[in-house]
Design a protein around this ligand. Sequence first.
Ligand SMILES: [Zn+2]
Length: 196
Amino acid sequence: MAQSDGLQDSPVDRQNLSELEEKQRIIDRAPFRKLKIDDASILDSIEGREICGTCYKSRKFFCYTCYTPVIDRNYIPRVKLPIKIDIIKHAREIDGKSTAIHAAVLAPDDVRIYTYPEFPAISKNDKVVLIFPSKTATSVEALFAKEVINGDEVSFKRISNELPVDRAIFIDSTWHQTKAIYKDTRLRGIRNIYHA
Ligand SMILES: [Zn+2]
């Protein structure tokens, strides 16, 4: 069925998307290359597996179903994020392989994971963005530019004393499945941001 959904890419957009996809493939090959990793050797000393206290399944380090550590909490940092993160994952995305789970384990107060068609409740007052490289997507940097209208003149002022958003929605799935979720009408009208 032909659909008019904003995803009918022009050749330029297709080129941008394939560049983004290529960058993503490089990140996927070596996802931790640019991160400073703390000493994790303590994890090598943990033998065997533990039973998750919530779902009673056998897990190592953390439970990817319940998003909780199964080893001493002290081994796993707990992070407070400046904004809330909602992750919508495709039902066919395998939990044990999803890197979204790590975010929920590390920042349990701020990260929520939804299995599509489950969806975060978005209220009108939320300053929310969708992280998605659509053709209307703007950069993170552009979020910090505030339009100032002075008579006939329009200028931009950089927002410096507050965060321009309080929630960001990510889609966690393969590129093909992502498009299916992106088309959901509940995501209409939400500003799209790409991150490079
Ligand atoms: Zn569990």
